[in-house]
Design a protein around this ligand. Structure first.
Ligand code: RFL
Ligand code: PHB
Length: 391
């Protein structure tokens, strides 16, 4: 098979890229290792930045999001049994975020692409990207038990952290920047209306907790747990009891309980691979970088990467200038490192490290106090949370 852009991975990055290229009249083939049901059910992100919302609308993938998504104008920080609201539009000149699950974005993009777009092969596992620095890179893959080759003008590795695309960058040119954290998130979905209208990020001496939601009927909750925790160690009742302790306020706020329908543990890491481009191979989304989920940046970074690639390729086609495409790695990395900085700051301000001292605790409270009392500190949070401009 031959195509202009070979896309590895049908997560948000790969699917949105295929959509953007289709709208620009550029053909692509998407190879996805897993089956459609698996990809559509994978529980992950919940928050879309303003820029992500705008891109989904512009490419005709925003209709259901606009009907069912929940626009949020702020978040609540909870610490020392106090509640502090950060108002996004007021601090950013009108920006907000959308609560609309990654599973739903993925379902919408798959449905559109299946109706209108080019080939999207499920259960097609890429084995390797070959000759990335030639004019015609290739992807070797297995589909229906048969090994095949996809010949491309460009390959975009949207295959997530565990994918194969990154391996095609020669070791001597690769640099990896990484940090792991000695804790993870135990995440649950529960059939109960969210106990708060907006997300609650709670710092507590027992550890971090987050209240989020999927709809007016379904809550999404997270608890900081030690690294390597097995979700089955926690009964539903223990989870609710612990959430209640960490969210407790002095003003009698109460947490609604309901049936837990899913439970899983996510490890936390920060990771950046530089460069994000080698020859005609481009890395996008989690294939190139990971952020801890505390800043809600991962999916949104995947979106800004593929928008940058698509704009670069369209410019090359329309004007003959490869300047934007050539600047892909630098353009994306500037935004990636701002998201790394923000996610790290949110993570270390809100989580309790196993070796934290009383000094560390006081520092965290001082940082939160600063956000609660200084407009400049609150503005920095609001600008980063709602999303910095795309490159
Ligand atoms: P994905 O979603 O991992 O998709 C990669 C796809 O590639 C496929 N694949 C292959 N296909 C073919 N051949 C191979 N060899 C392949 N190897 C892999 C995989 O099957 C998969 O379908 O990466 P992508 O598209 O870059 O998207 C990134 C996002 O999924 C990720 O950054 C976010 O989910 C992170 N994240 C959040 N991001 C936000 O912006 N806001 C949030 O609120 C937010 N919350 C979260 C999160 C991630 C979480 N977890 C579970 C890691 C909350 C959690 C709990
Ligand atoms: C989620 O709803 O899954 C979610 C929300 C905010 C985050 C991370 C995850 O920071």
């Amino acid at each position: 098979m031959r195509t202009t852009v070979g896309i590895i991975g049908a997560g948000p990055a790969g699917l949105l890229l295929a959509r953007l290229l289709h709208r620009a009249g550029i053909d692509s083939v998407v190879l996805e290792a897993r089956d459609r049901a698996y990809v559509e059910a994978r529980q992950r992100a919940g928050i879309l930045e303003q820029g992500t919302v705008d891109v989904l609308r512009e490419c005709g993938a925003g209709a259901r999001m606009d009907r069912e998504g929940l626009r949020h104008d702020g978040i609540e920080l909870r610490f020392d049994r106090r509640r502090h609201r950060v108002d996004f539009p007021e601090l950013t000149g009108g920006k907000s975020v959308m609560v609309y699950a990654q599973t739903e974005v993925v379902k919408d993009l798959i449905a559109l692409h299946t109706d209108e777009g080019g080939p999207l092969l499920f259960e097609a596992k890429a084995l390797a990207v070959e000759d990335p620095d030639s004019e015609h890179p290739r992807v070797r893959y297995v589909h229906e038990g048969v090994e095949q080759t996809l010949e491309c003008d460009y390959v975009v590795g949207c295959d997530g952290f565990w994918g194969v695309a990154r391996e095609a960058v020669p070791r001597e040119l690769s640099r990896v920047f990484e940090r792991t954290y000695p804790f993870g998130w135990l995440g649950v979905l529960a059939d109960v209306p969210p106990s708060n209208d907006e997300l609650v990020y709670a710092r507590h001496d027992r550890g971090f907790a987050l209240l989020s939601m999927r709809s007016p009927e379904v809550s999404r909750l997270y608890l900081q747990v030690p690294d390597g925790t097995d979700p089955d160690e926690w009964s539903d009742e223990e989870i609710w009891d612990e959430l209640e302790r960490r969210f407790e306020t002095a003003d009698g706020w109460s947490l609604k309980r309901g049936p837990v329908t899913s439970k899983s543990v996510t490890p936390m890491r920060s990771f950046v691979h530089e460069p994000m481009r080698h020859g005609r191979l481009f890395l996008a989304g989690d294939a190139a970088h990971i952020v801890p989920p505390t800043g809600a940046k991962g999916l949104n970074l995947a979106v800004s990467d593929v928008v940058t690639f698509a704009r670069g390729l369209v410019r090359l086609r329309e004007t003959g200038s490869a300047d934007r495409l050539d600047a892909y790695s630098e353009t994306c990395l500037r935004r990636v490192w701002q998201a790394e900085r923000f996610s790290y700051a949110m993570t270390t301000t809100l989580h309790r490290a196993p070796d934290a001292t009383a000094f560390d605790d006081r520092l965290q409270l001082a940082r939160l106090e600063r956000i609660a009392t200084a407009r400049s500190a609150a503005t920095d949070l609001a600008e980063n949370y709602t999303g910095l401009p795309f490159g």
